[in-house]
Design a binder for this molecule. Structure first.
Ligand code: HEC
Ligand code: HEC
Length: 369
């Protein structure tokens, strides 16, 4: 994905980043990150809405964060990108992470549920991978604590990539260029090609998939003209109606779990009885239908919505939220303003050059039929 001159620049900026990491780490339950001291500062503001919003939300940092215990190097980042785009970590050699988390589609796949192994569909909608590094837990039910743990899931999930145990490491170790790439990314290790190291490299790559500079972030940093009057009215409603009691922080979500239907049960097509969410993980009946409050960053790009992917229309989603989570009905004018505000959460999309992958050769293990 990277040319050698870009690599040199990247290595230099990564070194700078590491050198700058002498301040205390910021913790977002799942993963620990270090903030970059050269982040732009908030401009002093007297605007009441800006000040209110600053109490609840944070801008996405311009610089992608470093993962504690899994430092980014140019080699590890390049390896992580290759693995993210390589379909050979799936059993049939046909599905990569990018198939379901397409970087051109807001980090999701714009499909209600995703086609994985032999077209099999899992029961849930693919969430975006963008800004996932800032989420307190991964998956709709939070069953993985961070990106590194999460990346192990899909490779072996029978309806996603369906790789048999050890397939990933065997497949990659058979390709000389991967052996070199792993050795460079994990120097000094006796057997660097492993699924555990693949997960580390993928996590480092994913941590770079952030979307700073959304109009809302420019507003929050102190530019009142970054939102129009209509969007500001939507932001005010978002706070006043209570949306921000759940959707807050840097990601407008992903800081807590909440029951889908706290105020009133949503239509069964949005919340079918078969998926009880968080209670399947905790075994607590009180967690029935609780899900991770999803991020609303780039929400305009990631239809269809809900864990079921069962609603295509963002205005409809906002109305469902108002009735099911807050027990109140919005007027069409209120809904339209909130939707306009949500559109201001689309940031700069990651620009990634699709990497050249190591070629398979005569000795490479074949795909499963
Ligand atoms: C066949 C489609 C498919 C493939 C392939 C796939 N994913 Fe996913 N991904 C999903 C679905 C569906 C979920 C949500 C599942 C759940 O919550 O139970 C998910 C969840 C995630 C999440 C959690 C995001 C969040 O907000 O909770 C991350 C991160 C992620 N995937 C990264 C990856 C990586 C890295 C790979 C490659 C190793 C990958 N995915 C391969 C469909 C896929
Ligand atoms: C009590 C907590 C809570 C409140 C209050 C709340 N939400 Fe949500 N929101 C959730 C949860 C949980 C989900 C995930 C539902 C699911 O699919 O299972 C969600 C999903 C969403 C989604 C779909 C995200 C996606 O990627 O599919 C949008 C958009 C949204 N909420 C907007 C809002 C708006 C606008 C309001 C205020 C009118 C609001 N929410 C109020 C908890 C809440």
């Amino acid at each position: 994905m990277i040319t050698s001159s870009q690599r040199a620049t990247m290595a230099a900026s990564i070194l700078l980043l590491v050198a700058g990491c002498n301040r205390p780490a910021e913790t977002t339950n799942g993963s620990t990150m270090m903030s970059n001291p050269s982040e732009p500062q908030m401009t002093a503001s007297k605007d009441p809405l800006t000040l209110r919003a600053r109490d609840i939300f944070k801008p996405i940092p311009i610089h992608a964060p470093q993962l504690t215990g899994n430092p980014a190097t140019a080699d590890k980042l390049a390896l992580g990108a290759m693995l993210y785009f390589d379909p050979r970590i799936s059993a049939t050699h046909s599905i990569s992470c990018a198939s379901c988390h397409n970087l051109g589609l807001g980090g999701a796949d714009n499909s209600p549920t995703s086609a994985g192994f032999h077209g099999a569909r899992g029961g849930r909608n693919s969430p975006t991978v963008f800004n996932s590094v800032y989420s307190f837990a991964q998956f709709w039910d939070g069953r993985a604590k961070d990106l590194e743990e999460q990346a192990g899931g899909p490779m072996v999930n029978p309806v996603e990539m369906a790789s048999p145990k050890d397939h990933v490491a065997e497949q990659l170790a058979a390709l000389p260029r991967y052996r070199t790439a792993f050795a460079g990314a994990f120097p000094g290790e006796a057997s660097p090609v492993s699924q555990a190291n693949a997960q580390k490299a993928i996590a480092v790559f994913e941590a770079t998939l952030t979307t700073p500079n959304a109009p809302f972030d420019r507003f929050l940093r102190g530019d009142p003209s970054a939102l129009d009057a209509y969007q500001k009215a939507g932001l005010t409603l978002f706070i006043d109606k209570g949306c921000s009691t759940c959707h807050s922080g840097v990601n407008f979500g992903s800081t807590m779990y909440a029951k889908f239907g706290v105020a009133a049960p949503p239509d069964v097509r949005y919340r079918p009885v078969g998926d009880k969410g968080r209670s399947a993980i905790t075994g607590q009946a009180s967690d029935d239908y609780a899900f991770k409050v999803p991020t609303l960053r780039n929400i305009a790009l990631t239809a269809p919505y809900f864990h079921t992917g069962s609603e295509q229309d963002l205005a409809k989603v906002v109305d469902v939220m108002a009735t099911s989570q807050l027990g109140q009905a919005l007027t069409p004018a209120e809904t339209a303003r909130i939707v306009a505000f949500l559109n201001s959460l689309t940031g700069d999309q990651p620009r990634v050059v699709e990497p050249q992958l190591p070629a398979s050769d005569a000795t490479s293990p074949p795909p499963e039929k």
